[in-house]
Design a binder for this molecule. Structure first.
Ligand SMILES: Cc1cc2nc3c(=O)[nH]c(=O)nc-3n(C[C@H](O)[C@H](O)[C@H](O)COP(=O)(O)O)c2cc1C
Length: 344
């Protein structure tokens, strides 16, 4: 017997009880709760590149190409990874509401921007794990500040591995011995990005430098960037001169564990899967008191990405490069667009 529903927000939004006849659909309150979960998914430069389409018994996530970053992400890989994370949050919210969701990825070849659908096929009392994951959605945030010196315990690492494997992707841990090589590759990628004026203009369009700017509810506020030597900060703060020293990056990385999510193939479907795996891992990490940030630049540069694959000797294609550790101080929450703007 499953544990009873504990989360009052879930109870408030819930329309029927387990054992009731199959659902005819989500109530408006339930739909809102699912949309709210989507809203807080991580996305490349907080571009939130999705639109939501109500389906009656669930919702569809559609790519919003008007929110793409064509220079830094020409194939839309990071955009699809972001949409995969959003799709995962919708699934988590449906489960927490007591629905049994089915997910279809890229269900319609005639509509390639339709990333996926999440539909209720019945009811099931949420398991404690479903509720815990749901609670982690608003608590998760990208942490670009200094990390506490920390090696992830084997047990925690196993949880993270399982989270990624459950979505059909793979998690690799980078050994300290290859870290220096990886840092050199990361710096090479950042340097190339810093030399690309068009790319820097694109990044700049997603940085919110003052409070009025931040009201847009998208992009990255300066306050979220922190001061430690992360590549995206350097692009924003100093261009080429701001590319951090290898020693500084390495010292920072040594205080956390550098991880890679990879997939067998490298198609848009694999990117969506990588995004669902990423969000599942991030929510598990949040529940375990861990924080994460990305070093995606090394995978955005095509040539560097090939070298990263070789250096790490990983299975398949690397999709997300990120670090996980423990925070010294809490990171600020990055704003989101109003819910109403997300609907088609
Ligand atoms: C596919 C993807 C790539 C990202 N790449 C970077 C990156 O290279 N550097 C970085 O600092 N943050 C990166 N982020 C984190 C986003 O900037 C972050 O999710 C967004 O600003 C929202 O903030 P939050 O995660 O704190 O909610 C990435 C996120 C995703 C999903």
């Amino acid at each position: 017997m499953n544990a009873p529903v504990e989360d009052p927000s879930v109870l408030a939004a819930r329309s029927q009880l387990p054992g009731d006849p199959p659902p005819s659909g989500l109530t408006p309150e339930e739909f809102r709760a699912v949309a709210e979960a989507v809203r807080w998914a991580p996305s490349i430069h907080n571009s939130q590149p999705w639109r939501l389409r109500p389906l009656g018994d669930g919702l569809a996530i559609v790519e919003d190409l008007g929110r793409s970053l064509p220079v830094i992400d020409p194939f839309g890989r990071d955009r699809m990874i972001s949409c995969g994370a959003a799709l995962f949050n919708a699934r988590v919210a449906m489960r927490a509401l007591g629905h049994l969701p089915t997910v279809e990825i890229l269900p319609d070849p005639a509509e390639p921007t339709l990333v996926g659908t999440v539909r209720s096929t019945g009811y099931r009392q949420p398991a404690p794990g479903d509720l815990a994951m749901h609670r982690s959605i608003p608590r998760r945030r990208t942490h670009r500040r200094v990390y506490r010196s920390h090696v992830i315990a084997e047990e925690d690492l196993l949880d993270l591995r399982q989270a990624v494997a459950a979505e059909g992707a793979r998690l690799s841990v980078t050994e300290p011995a290859v870290r220096r090589h990886l840092v050199d590759l990361l710096r090479r990628a950042v340097r190339a990005q810093a030399e690309d004026a068009e790319l820097r203009r694109e990044v700049e369009r997603w940085v919110r430098r003052d409070a009025a700017d931040a009201e847009a509810g998208d992009g990255i506020p300066l306050a979220a960037l922190g001061t430690s030597p992360y590549p995206v900060d350097s692009l924003v703060h100093g261009g080429l001169a701001g590319v951090p020293d290898a020693e500084d990056i390495e010292a920072e990385l040594a205080r956390s564990t550098l991880l890679v999510i990879s997939t067998r193939g490298d198609t848009p479907r694999d990117w969506v899967l990588a995004g669902t795996a990423l969000e599942r891992l991030l929510l598990a990490a949040t529940a375990g008191g861990l924080v994460a940030t990305f070093a995606q630049q090394a995978l955005q540069d095509r040539a560097v990405r090939v070298e990263v694959t070789e250096v790490l000797g990983i299975w398949g294609h690397p999709q997300v490069l990120f670090r996980v550790g423990r925070a010294l101080v809490e990171a600020p929450r990055t704003p989101r667009r109003p819910l109403e703007q997300l609907f088609e």
